[in-house]
Each structure stands twice: as C-alpha cells, then as structure tokens.
Design a protein around this ligand. Structure first.
Ligand SMILES: [Zn+2]
Length: 310
C-alpha cells in the first residue's frame, strides 16, 4: 500500500481493502467530464460508481488519493491489472462536461509532482508508453486497450498539454535538470492530428482517409504505434464500418494491408478506433482505409501515436 504524501487521503472502501494488489508500471491521466473537486469525486465513487481511479484532481489543484498505488483501480480497462500482476496508476481530473478545456496551471503542477513521485517511488520509466503494456506515462485514449469501446478522454487540449508541458515537466524535474533532458530510451516523435470534417464514405467503397496534408500518415523508415479515431455521423444501428492500416510502396504502389477491424455502428453517431504497431520500410507510406456498409459522414478524425524514425 503506498500513499502519496502530496495528496489528501480519502480511502475508498471496500475497494481499497478488497481489490487485488498490482505492481504499478504506468501512469494514465483522465478527464472526468465534470467540474468536480477531489472530494466530490470521492463521494461519487463512494456512492454511485465503481470505475474509480487512484487519484482525483480538482481545478484548484486539490488532490486526493482514494486507493493505494499498489492496489488495482478500475478506470483503465485492460491496464487495471494485467495477468503478470502489473497495472496502471490512474488519475481523474476535473474538466468541463465535454472535457474540451485545458488543465489549469494548478492541475498541471500537481500532475508533474505526482508523475515525479511515481518515478521515484515505483520506478516508472521516464517515457511515454509505447504500447498498452509498456511501462511509462500516458493518457486514456493513447492505447485502445485502456478503454472498452474507445474514448476521446482526456480531450484534445489536454493531450496537447501532456505532450508539451506535463510529460516534459515530469522528465525535467525527475532528473533535476533545468533544461530538457533526454529520456532513457530513444525519444519517440509524437504524431497528433485532430481535424474536424472528412469525406463522406459511399457504401461498399474502400476510401483512403486523408491525414493533414494527404493520405500518408507516416513515411518510412520508422517504427510506429499509431491509432486513428473517427467520429462518424448518420450511422444506423447494426451496420458496419471496416478500418485497416496499409503500407503502400511509393514507387510500385504495392499495398500490404493490416488486419481489418470491424466496427459495429450505432444509431446516429459512432466512434471508431483502430490501432497498429509496425515497422514501415524505407520508401513506404502508412495509410488508413475505411469501408462502410452504408453511406456515412466522417465528422472528425484524430490520428495519434508515436514513431521512432530509423
Ligand atoms: Zn478516461
């Protein structure tokens, strides 16, 4: 049982005593889609939900811990506790109802301090998780195994802060250096594009989805771990959209496709996500293709992930 001295202890029972132990290897940040204080989050989990996180953080920087960091918490789906006994430490942070607002300065400061403590106390490596079970730091939507059915959490503004302020802040302070320091592993490049709008997908036609400039998400040689999230509108229940990544050779146009992911659609609006890790040889592009059973509209696209240029 480990309790962070910088947080107010508000122990949740029966979860704290009843849930199995973990060896914490990851730190995952969330937005709770409510402008709550840390105390209000405690009351919520105590009274009405059991998808708790270890920590809760209000707008003012009020930070509480509900469960010891060596006990499983339930906010991260497959990362809560893996078969080998490792798991993620999680934090919920106050946000507006649609989690579109950035973290306040007070929240950023607390996230950095807690991130440093987790490095010191539990030995979390100073890197962004390269896969769903890779030790390090991340945010909820970074890996699809961390949620059931996909999520936009913690929101674009906070993903941006994570990349630019929070994670670099943790690295810098943990190493006690005033200037940006290299992390332990080769530093990945972060891929992040969030765009409103997109093509209308005609029924039964495979379409290459555009990224920022064209349809190429990455160009080899590199190793990558990328996911694409799509918000689709005008969908109906019980239809399907299929997504897959493809490697396309720039010269020969030869394509090799990854496993196709079948996403069942809902009435009105559907959020679809597909992830892939791989190695892209020199001269090849990474693209993503969609195939819809009925005409649907792509209303928003997010491409994100990490890549290591060779
Ligand atoms: Zn979340």
């Amino acid at each position: 049982m480990a309790w962070y001295p910088g947080a107010k202890r508000m122990e949740l029972q029966p979860e704290s005593n009843g849930q199995p132990a973990i060896r914490p290897t990851q730190f995952i940040m969330h937005s709770i889609a409510a402008p709550w204080t840390a105390r209000r989050m405690y009351e919520y989990w105590r009274d009405s939900s059991n998808l708790e996180s270890h920590f809760g953080l209000g707008y003012e920087g009020d930070l509480a811990q509900y469960i010891g960091t060596e006990t499983r918490a339930d906010a991260n789906y497959q990362a809560n506790r893996r078969p080998d006994g490792t798991g993620a430490v999680s934090i919920e942070t106050a946000s507006n109802l649609k989690h579109t607002d950035p973290w306040t300065d007070e929240q950023v400061e607390q996230l950095i301090r807690l991130g440093v403590w987790l490095h010191q106390r539990h030995g979390l490596p100073l890197r962004i998780c390269r896969s769903h079970d890779d030790p390090g730091y991340g945010y909820h939507r970074l890996h699809s195994a961390w949620s059931s059915g996909g999520t936009a959490c913690p929101g674009d503004a906070r993903v941006n802060q994570f990349r630019k302020v929070v994670f670099p802040g943790i690295v810098k302070r943990a190493k006690g250096q005033p200037s940006p320091a290299p992390v332990e592993d080769p530093m990945p490049q972060v891929l992040f594009e969030s765009q409103t709008g997109g093509p209308t997908l005609a029924a039964g036609e495979r379409v290459e989805l555009p990224a920022a400039r064209d349809t190429a998400i990455l160009r080899g040689p590199c190793v990558y771990n990328v996911s694409i999230g799509l918000k689709l509108t005008r969908t109906s229940a019980d239809k399907r959209v299929r997504l897959r990544f493809v490697h396309v050779d720039a010269e020969t146009r030869r394509r090799s496709a990854g496993l196709e992911v079948d996403v069942p659609t809902r009435d009105g609006e559907t959020y679809a996500q597909v992830s892939r890790r791989g190695e892209l040889p020199a001269g090849q592009y990474l693209k993503v293709e969609a195939l819809a059973e009925e005409p649907v509209v792509v209303a928003h696209r997010i491409v994100e992930g990490l890549y290591w240029p060779a």
